[in-house]
Design a binder for this molecule. Sequence first.
Ligand SMILES: [Zn+2]
Length: 215
Amino acid sequence: MGFCLFNNVALAAAHAVEALGRRRVLVLDPDVHHGNGTQRAFYGRRDVLYVSSHRFPFYPGTGWFDELGTGEGEGFTVNLPLPPGMGDADFHHLYDRVVGPIVAEYRPELILISAGFDTWKRDPLGGMRVTEDGYAALFGLFRRWADAHCPGRIAATLEGGYDPAGLVAGVRVALEILSGERPAPEGIDAGACESGSGDRRPGPAHALPYWKALR
Ligand SMILES: [Zn+2]
């Protein structure tokens, strides 16, 4: 809505299901904005699992925990709204502890990433505090999930990012890790967390009932 002529990830996911016969496509959306168009495209379907972390409340206004999908797709939209100021350790914790178990249970046949880098620490719009180490840790997880469930079937499209230095850092580290040129880091040093204490870290909230791994 507003920024894209075509929703590349949604088109790719639809093509994977309709033309290639994939039955479980995972869309990961760490862009700082909620992907309202992607959510809407697959809201009633379980063949595309949409997982988004995003600042909330924020443009475009959607993406609260209770937007979970509908009908057959109930539980197959997972929204993780976040306050501003989240840093490397927060994002790693969220994806490792909350998204990881959901991914393991879903067993994706293809992983598509809405690769936005507007969570960058100096992004003029995003208000988050992610550094290059944070992107390395995040894409390290994505790469590991692909290796475990669908080796080689992982793709990213560039989405937001409004500080050129953040784009350079994020795109480079994402490509290096997805291509295997740079080893995926083991994790992240929690001591490097910029945004502080554990109690601010987000939890799975409404997604709990739908995923055994989180109960
Ligand atoms: Zn964005």
